[in-house]
Design a protein around this ligand. Structure first.
Ligand code: NAD
Ligand code: AHE
Ligand code: ZN
Ligand code: ZN
Length: 369
């Protein structure tokens, strides 16, 4: 079938709206109508050319709110009309990762998901006969996409897809990192570095976890109003400090925070986020994604003296079994999404969504098809 899609032909080029061909679903696959898609910084990261796994041309996008159009052979749990959120980390339910309660990193189709192919090593997208890569197994910047059933969370059809699409990445990642990865306890102190869709969702998660003090850090002070509205108790602009952020936070908290989260993708900030944690027990969780060749550094002494460095992908959430409940929590008013959608744009204006992100003028833009 034909579909309107935003194609990334090459790194660092604006996306181009094209009519592409989408092949029907094969064994275990599902054809989806994408109703809405968020734009995450990771889409911009891959488009920047810094992603070692970035393959071009591709259809980016991984925060989708979708309707099932057609099920391929062998699909058992879905039918046309169902509402689903595509998962860049699937849940096959059978691999050793799915069987472990310690991780959400299902590896059943990881080799193809991260290299731009469907599980059978072929692609469903083409333009004038030229194949186009998939992205993170989702490719939600297309009116129609094809996703394996094991990478689809079936959600309550009462939920507005132009909002819960953000549970496909940003909001779930932030909240899940607090709950599942760091396991923040009531009364804790928390520092959040970077106040985009991820960092603001970490703040939401910290409030849910009943943290006492939530220190929000960003170089863009325009982000502070939303951070405070969601529950930040202190806002810090590194540019306004006479010291390093680490020193400032250690000073503010009388020794460092119990938990910190890096939500930027800056390896220097990752170090600060670790080092502003309390000696003896502080835990720092890396969420941000950094470019090819970049590495984190600290003195081993920081870890020897009881700080822990962790990382979190999709907030440690097992998508098919746990994401539907995030949608219910949104519907029950326990998870905030609406205020994080600062812009809603038609597909034709998708490059504006990237411009707004880079200019620090949006939290999340949602593309409507
Ligand atoms: P975003 O662009 O919306 O927000 C990033 C924020 O960081 C901005 O407010 C920006 O002003 C701030 N910032 C930039 N440099 C800073 C600095 N030196 N100090 C303080 N603040 C700074 O991005 P986002 O969509 O929220 O994503 C954040 C990061 O998380 C990205 O690296 C993204 O790729 C990554 N991510 C990871 C996962 C995961 O599963 N691990 C999921 C989603 C996104
Ligand atoms: N391709 C990058 C890594 C990108 C990355 O870490 N992706 C996160 C999700 S970001 C969502 O916005 C993830 O879940 N990764 C799990 C995995 O298995 O890659 C690189 O550096 O190679
Ligand atoms: Zn994302
Ligand atoms: Zn699995």
């Amino acid at each position: 079938m034909k579909a309107r899609a935003a194609v990334a032909w090459a790194p660092r080029q604006p996306l181009s709206i094209e009519e592409i061909d989408v092949e029907g679903p094969k064994e275990g696959e599902v054809l989806l109508k994408v109703v809405a898609s968020g734009v995450c910084h990771t889409d911009a990261f891959t488009l920047s050319g810094e992603d070692p796994e970035g393959a071009f041309p591709c259809v980016l996008g991984h925060e989708g709110g979708c309707e099932v159009v057609e099920c391929g052979p062998g699909v058992k749990g879905l039918k046309p009309g169902d509402h689903v959120i595509p998962l860049y980390i699937p849940e096959c339910g059978e691999c050793e990762y799915c069987r472990s309660p310690k991780t959400n990193l299902c590896q059943s189709i990881a080799a193809t998901v991260w290299t731009g192919y469907m599980p059978d090593h072929t692609r469903r997208f083409s333009h004038k006969g030229k194949p186009i890569y998939h992205y993170m197994g989702c490719s939600t910047f297309s009116e129609y996409t094809v996703v394996p059933e094991i990478a689809l969370a079936k959600v309550n059809p009462a939920a507005p897809l132009d909002k819960v699409c953000l549970l496909g990445c940003g909001i779930t990642t932030g909240i899940g990192a607090v709950r599942n990865t760091a396991q923040v306890e009531p009364g804790s102190s928390v520092a959040v570095f970077g106040l985009g869709g991820i960092g603001l969702s970490v703040i939401q998660g910290a409030v849910m976890a009943q943290a006492d003090r939530i220190i929000a850090v960003d170089v863009n002070p325009d982000k502070f109003e939303m951070a405070r509205a969601l529950g930040a108790t202190d806002c810090v602009n590194p540019a306004e400090l006479g010291t390093t952020v680490t020193e400032a936070i250690v000073e503010m908290t009388g020794g460092g925070v119990d938990y910190s989260f890096e939500c930027i993708g800056n390896v220097e900030v990752m170090r600060e986020a670790l080092e502003c944690c309390h000696m003896g027990w502080g835990v720092s969780t890396i969420i941000g994604v950094a470019g090819a060749g970049q590495e984190i550094h600290t003195r081993p002494f920081q870890l020897v003296t009881g700080r822990t460095w962790k990382g979190s992908a999709f907030g440690g959430v097992k998508g098919r079994s746990q994401l539907p409940d995030y949608v219910e929590q949104y519907l029950n008013g326990r998870i905030e999404i609406d205020r994080l959608v600062t812009h809603t744009l038609p597909l034709e204006e998708i490059n504006t969504a990237f411009d707004l992100m880079h200019a620090g003028k949006s939290i999340r833009s949602v593309i409507i098809f």
